[in-house]
Design a protein around this ligand. Structure first.
Ligand SMILES: Nc1ncnc2c1ncn2[C@@H]1O[C@H](COP(=O)(O)OP(=O)(O)OP(=O)(O)O)[C@@H](O)[C@H]1O
Ligand SMILES: [Mg+2]
Length: 242
């Protein structure tokens, strides 16, 4: 939980620092597009049109929209769910996104990808194209075993498709350090030797910012969660330079 919220805010913060950031909305629910004020990409202007195998597909570079200074979005819409079904029968189906992204490398310092829930072919395409993975997970009711299983899948993917993929770590979302279960969750992750990149507490202002199409730093500069988001963005920035 909290994938799209984290993606939107990291993209916003890293772009505000002066980086050229590309944000890909790889979820047919298109919540990241909405959170960047793009509600309907328009015909031929969605990631679905890029990943589609039919003739006349769009070039990734041609659908990008600058949604804030330094922040470009590849928007999505519900038609991406139909395209995902067709990926199954394609040759090289796991590397379609990686190939689409390759020519854009020189234009950007960083690309962040918002994944759909689950490990379908869209998420596999994201993990095959990525240099690093950040895993937001809800601290309450945390299932350490499920996190472990997900990481096993990532490691398998590293072996088979993307040896360069690094696990940056987990981000505990809806984290309230005052509660016992949140502290237990953190301790259990430490105990299982799972890396924690950061934590974000609950605030309704984050949901509000998403609806307004903004990052929290812009929407509510005084909010306490800005420091937590900033610290995660700094970790990602540090990773970029390593
Ligand atoms: N720290 C937070 N505090 C309060 N509400 C939050 C926080 N993070 C996310 N939310 C809200 O929780 C809901 C789910 O968050 P989000 O859309 O980021 O999750 P997701 O993992 O992308 O979900 P999905 O799997 O459906 O794509 C949204 O309504 C969002 O506004
Ligand atoms: Mg989402």
């Amino acid at each position: 939980m909290g994938k799209t919220t984290l993606t939107r805010n990291l993209a916003g913060l890293l772009a505000a620092d002066g980086r050229r950031v590309l944000a890909l909305d790889l979820d047919p629910q298109a919540a990241l597009s909405t959170a960047c004020k793009i509600d309907e990409p328009g015909p031929g202007q969605s990631l679905a049109d890029v990943l589609d195998a039919r003739p006349g597909t769009a070039d990734l570079g041609s659908i990008l929209r600058e949604v804030a200074p330094g922040l470009w979005l590849a928007p999505s819409d519900i038609s991406l769910s139909v395209v995902e079904l067709t990926l199954q029968g394609r040759i090289g189906r796991e590397t379609i996104l990686r190939r689409a992204l390759a020519p854009l490398g020189p234009r950007f310092d960083l690309c962040v990808i918002d994944c759909p829930p689950g490990l379908g072919l869209l998420s596999v395409n994201a993990l095959t194209a990525a240099g690093g993975v950040v895993i937001p997970t809800q601290a309450s009711g945390l299932d350490v075993r499920a996190v472990g299983l997900f990481l096993d899948t990532v490691r398998q993917l590293q072996e088979e498709l993307n040896p360069g993929l690094q696990i940056l770590g987990l981000v505990l979302t809806f984290f309230d350090a005052r509660t016992i279960h949140a502290r237990d969750a953190r301790a259990a992750l430490h105990g299982a030797d799972l890396p924690i990149l950061g934590a974000i507490g609950r605030t309704t202002r984050l949901a509000e910012a998403m609806t307004a199409g903004r990052g929290l730093a812009e929407h509510d500069p005084g909010n306490r969660q800005n420091a937590n988001l900033r610290s995660i963005a700094n970790e990602v920035a540090r990773w970029l330079t390593t």
